[in-house]
Design a protein around this ligand. Structure first.
Ligand SMILES: Cc1cc2nc3c(=O)[nH]c(=O)nc-3n(C[C@H](O)[C@H](O)[C@H](O)COP(=O)(O)O)c2cc1C
Length: 147
């Protein structure tokens, strides 16, 4: 059974890793697109993300997704990609995790970051899908390792 590859990417690094995983696994790849895209300005995006993350991804702070994924229940393994935002999982990925039934699935996280490493990202993922088995993560530093 081929895996599902689900990711959010604001500036393209996580998308590159997602595409490499697709080449290696021949899985289905889906990019999470929020209904309201984040601003193109880095400063405004960091400000919006800070508020959402600080609020603990509560309703109203968890961006609704334009992306709808059919047949998630058919996959056993989901590669899940997120940038590190403020040490945490990116809010669109938090929306995905709380919107789909992921109980019993294997989640393989891949995380890109700007120097901070994975920080709290894996803990966030585990908290948001407590009934899934979260596998060992892949952590990629954007500047040196994404090319
Ligand atoms: C809103 C925002 C917050 C970020 N916070 C962090 C952080 O706390 N630690 C870190 O190492 N990198 C941080 N970064 C850098 C990104 O994690 C890094 O550039 C990542 O590779 C971007 O992935 P993307 O190109 O798929 O969006 C942040 C970037 C943005 C836009």
């Amino acid at each position: 059974m081929k895996p599902l590859i689900v990711y959010y990417s604001w500036s393209g690094n996580t998308r590159k890793i997602a595409r490499l995983i697709r080449e290696l696994t021949e899985g289905e790849i889906v990019e999470l697109i929020p209904e309201m895209p984040y601003p193109s300005s880095y400063r405004e995006t960091t400000e919006q993300a800070r508020k959402e993350i600080k609020a603990g991804y509560k309703p109203g702070y968890k961006p609704p997704l334009k992306t709808k994924i059919e047949g998630v229940e058919e996959y056993d393994v989901i590669f899940l990609g997120t940038p590190n935002w403020w040490g945490a999982v990116a809010p669109p990925v938090a929306t995905f995790l709380s919107q789909y039934a992921l109980s019993g699935k294997k989640i393989a996280p891949f995380i890109t970051h700007g120097g901070g490493g994975k920080q709290r990202v894996v803990e966030d993922i585990k908290r948001l899908c407590p009934d899934a088995a979260v596998l060992e993560e892949l952590v990629v530093y954007d500047v040196e390792e994404v090319s």
